[in-house]
Design a protein around this ligand. Structure first.
Ligand code: ZN
Ligand code: ZN
Length: 376
C-alpha cells in the first residue's frame, strides 16, 4: 500500500517526508494505521549513527494507532483494535524466559538491524520500498523496534502491540511504549524504592520527568531533580519534585550533599553523559543504587572510585524500565486515568511534516515530548 514516512538517508539527518510502499503483513504481523508517534532520544542517536543501524531507514518507536489488518496466525489482535506499540523481543532467550524481555539477547538485531523479524529469523528485509522514477524499487530499512512508526502506516507484530481501550487518547499516550515506560519503570519495576527513600533524578527530559511522576506515586522523599533548563526545573517542581538544582549555576554534587549529607539512596541518570553518570554515582550513600538509563555512543567509558563502589553501592543499567509492555502499559494507563501519571503535561503535538521543527524544540528544551500526528 501507499504510505508517507519520514526517512533518514544520511548520518545526522534530516528527516525527509517521502512516498513509500508498504508490503502486506506476514505471519504474526499486524498492519497499523498510525495516529501518532512520539520522538525519543533513541531516534536521534540512530539518526546520528551512534549504533550501526543501516540507512536509509524509517525510524519512530513510540507509535500508536488502529489495527487495519492482521497476518496469518494472529489471534489476540483484531482489525479495529486501538494499540500502543513497544519494543521487540524474541520470547525464547534466557532473558525472555526469565521474564526480562527488554534484555532479550536479540535486542539489537530485533530493534536496531533495520530488518524484519519473521518469527524465525530477523534477517528478512523490511516491508518498505520506494518506487524510483525508473520504476525500479529501492529497499528502505525499517522494522525499527518492530514498527518504524514515523509514517502513516506501519507493520508491527502481535507481540509488540498492546491493545488499549478505544476511549483513550492515542496521541497523548503514544510515548508510553518507550520514553514514559522507561522512566516510570525504572522507579516502579527496577529500583522499587521504599516509602521515604531519597532520590536524585539527573536530567528532566521526558524520561526523567516520567520517573519523577512515578517517584511521587512511590512516595520517595526527598525527590531532587537536576537539569540545566529553568523551564524544565519549574515543570519538575509543579510535578512534585521537592528540590530542583540548576547544574548550569551551581555544583550539583555539592548541592545534593548539602541536602542529603550522607548521600542519596537512589540516583537515576537519564542523560547518557559519562560525567553526569560519575556524579550520580558519587552522590550515593552506602548501599545506594544508581540506575543508568541514558543511551550513549557505543564505546563510551565512565570511571568510578573502586573503594566508593566497594561499600555496597550498585550501578545498574536499565533498559525500557524493565517493562513487560502488555502488563506494565495498562498499569501506567490506570495511573494516568487516576491523575497520578499526568503525561498530558509533557506532550506537544506537531504534524508529521514539521518533524524537524519538533526536534529543534525538543533540543532547545522548549518541549519535553514532541508527538507527531499522521492525520490532520
Ligand atoms: Zn529474547
Ligand atoms: Zn525510545
Amino acid at each position: 500500500m501507499h504510505i508517507k514516512a519520514a526517512v533518514v538517508r544520511e548520518s545526522g539527518g534530516p528527516f525527509l517526508i517521502e512516498d513509500l510502499e508498504l508490503e502486506a503483513p506476514q505471519a504474526g504481523e499486524v498492519l497499523v494505521r498510525i495516529v501518532a508517534c512520539g520522538i525519543c532520544h533513541t531516534d536521534l542517536i540512530i539518526r546520528d549513527q551512534y549504533y550501526p543501524t543501516p540507512l536509509p531507514i524509517v525510524l519512530g518507536h513510540e507509535g500508536a494507532g488502529v489495527v487495519e489488518a492482521v497476518g496469518p496466525g494472529v489471534k489476540s489482535v483484531r482489525p479495529g483494535d486501538h494499540v500502543l506499540m513497544s519494543f521487540a523481543y524474541c520470547g525464547n532467550c534466557p532473558s525472555c524466559l526469565d521474564g526480562a524481555p527488554s534484555y532479550c539477547w536479540h535486542h539489537m538485531e530485533m530493534n536496531f538491524s533495520g530488518m524484519r523479524y519473521s518469527g524465525k529469523a530477523w534477517d528478512v528485509p523490511a516491508p518498505l520500498l520506494r518506487r524510483l522514477p525508473s520504476g525500479k524499487p529501492e529497499r528502505i530499512n525499517g522494522a525499527f523496534f518492530n514498527q518504524s512508526a514515523l509514517a502513516t502506516h506501519a507493520i508491527a507484530t502481535e507481540q509488540n502491540v498492546v491493545v488499549v481501550a478505544p476511549d483513550l487518547d492515542l496521541k497523548t499516550l503514544a510515548p508510553l511504549g518507550c520514553g514514559f515506560q522507561t522512566g516510570a519503570g525504572a522507579i516502579l519495576n527496577t529500583l522499587r524504592p521504599e516509602v521515604g527513600s531519597s532520590l536524585v533524578i539527573l536530567g528532566a527530559g521526558n524520561v526523567g520527568l516520567a520517573a519523577l511522576m512515578a517517584a511521587v506515586v512511590a512516595r520517595c522523599s526527598p525527590i531532587i531533580v537536576i537539569d540545566q533548563v529553568p523551564a524544565r526545573l519549574e515543570l519538575a517542581t509543579s510535578l512534585g519534585a521537592t528540590h530542583v538544582i540548576d547544574a548550569s549555576r551551581v555544583d550539583a554534587l555539592d548541592a545534593v550533599m548539602k541536602l542529603c549529607p550522607g548521600g542519596v539512596r537512589y540516583a537515576l541518570e537519564t542523560t547518557g553523559n559519562p560525567g553526569v553518570l560519575q556524579g550520580a554515582f558519587e552522590m550515593l550513600q552506602t548501599r545506594g543504587v544508581c540506575g543508568l538509563i541514558g543511551g550513549s555512543r557505543i564505546g563510551t567509558k565512565a570511571s568510578f572510585d573502586m573503594t566508593h563502589l566497594l561499600f555496597g553501592r550498585t550501578v545498574r543499567g536499565i533498559l525500557q524500565g524493565d517493562s513487560k509492555p502488555k502488563k506494565f502499559l495498562p498499569q501506567l494507563i490506570e495511573l494516568f486515568r487516576q491523575g497520578l501519571f499526568p503525561v498530558d503535561r509533557l506532550v506537544r503535538f506537531y504534524p508529521l511534516e514539521d518533524i524537524e521543527h519538533a526536534i529543534a524544540d525538543m533540543k532547545s528544551g522548549q518541549v519535553i515530548k514532541p508527538v507527531l500526528l499522521m492525520e490532520r
